[in-house]
Design a binder for this molecule. Structure first.
Ligand code: NAP
Length: 326
């Protein structure tokens, strides 16, 4: 007998749409091989409003655009949608995560699990939201909030127990790397950002990518989730990706190296432009590829990488969280 999971989609932008599409395209596989029937019973956006239907909303209708209904407050939707689980893909608010935190609290308090691609609430309220979920017998999961579909939190939790992680080093922002690679070849920031936007991998405000905020909030999410150590995002040193980096990117390329935006977290945190040589682990990353190296006391450095991922990989990260809910 198939297990039915009723989902409310809070946000239906690049990631929300990719998730709806993935669930629809893989419905037969999920049902017959995984024994799970996923039904989308509600959707809420800022401009197109909200719609709920306990018997399920056809995904083609959700993707077709148009108006869903009246606008509903995000927390009200999260608390009242006829769903077992809220899939939260609201825009990044790097300095507070406030809208998504409010909606997540409301969902958890009303006994709904929350699966989120949003690093803001993890960075700013991980401890509180995790405790609230436990109090209400539900789960708060956020695997895709850092490095899209790459396993990060599940990897640490399930495969590296008690490893005593001491630092993280990563290429964590696809848009920055797409821009740096374009600059190395003589391209412009504007054209590269447009390509990233068309691929759905840029933040709603691409300045959050290029100014390093996306990567900084990912470091803060790691710090909060793995070490229970909140990080003041405004204090983190950031090097901005812009036209000014073009000479450095081109010179690095001429010497067979790459200029990369590398995020580091130990007892300090930073996002810097670093020259990477061909024998270094981040050098072969292609396109929007991301990577994270985990250093720990009990084993050698472990690196996970993704090969030119798309927004579908982020959608998979959400699906992985959804399927792990019992
Ligand atoms: N794109 C990626 O590759 C990627 C990868 C990993 C994680 N993420 C994270 O995933 C989240 C979503 O990213 P995205 O690229 O999908 O962003 P997006 O395209 O800007 O979509 C955000 C969605 O949230 C809706 N929204 C905004 N405020 C709302 C509110 N108060 N109530 C209900 N809906 C609201 C928007 O509605 P309107 O459409 O009407 O504005 C839109 O549907 C972000 O937190 C981002 O950091 C993104």
């Amino acid at each position: 007998v198939a297990r039915e999971l009723r989902l409310g989609l809070l946000g239906l932008g690049s990631v929300g749409r990719a998730f709806a599409r993935l669930v629809s395209e893989e419905a037969a596989w999920l049902l017959h091989d995984q024994g799970v029937r996923i039904v989308i019973t509600g959707v809420s956006t800022r401009r197109s409003g909200a719609r709920v239907d306990e018997s399920g909303l056809p995904v083609e209708e959700l993707l077709a655009g148009g108006r869903f209904g009246d606008q509903v407050d995000a927390a009200d939707f999260a608390a009242t949608c006829p769903a077992d689980l809220i899939v939260e893909t609201l825009p990044l608010e790097p300095f507070s995560g406030a809208t998504a935190i409010g909606a997540t609290r409301a969902a958890l308090r009303s006994g709904r699990h929350v699966v989120s691609a949003n690093k803001g609430p993890v960075a700013h309220a991980c401890r509180e939201l995790t405790a609230l979920a436990a109090e209400h017998g539900v789960r708060y999961s956020y695997e895709s909030a850092v490095a899209d579909g790459l396993p990060v939190f599940n990897l640490l939790r399930s495969c590296l127990p008690a490893a005593d992680v001491t630092s993280f080093t990563g290429v964590l922002n696809s848009t920055s790397q797409v821009v740096l690679d374009a600059l190395a070849l003589g391209g412009t920031v504007a054209a590269a950002v447009l390509a990233a936007q068309q691929a759905g991998i840029a933040e709603a405000d691409p300045a959050y990518d290029l100014e390093g905020w996306d990567a900084v909030v990912k470091l803060a999410a790691l710090s909060a989730a793995v070490w229970d150590r909140p990080l003041d995002v405004r204090q983190v040193h950031r090097e901005v990706v812009g036209a000014g980096a073009a000479p450095r990117a081109a010179e690095a390329a001429a010497r067979g190296r790459r200029l990369m935006s590398v995020a580091e977290l130990s007892d300090q945190a930073s996002v810097r432009l670093v020259e990477v040589g061909p024998h270094e682990v981040f050098y072969p990353l292609r396109g929007a590829g991301l990577a994270l190296t985990v250093r720990s006391r009990l084993l050698c450095p472990i690196t996970v990488t993704s090969d030119d991922p798309s927004v579908r990989d982020t959608a998979y990260g959400l699906l992985a969280d959804v399927l792990s809910i019992d």
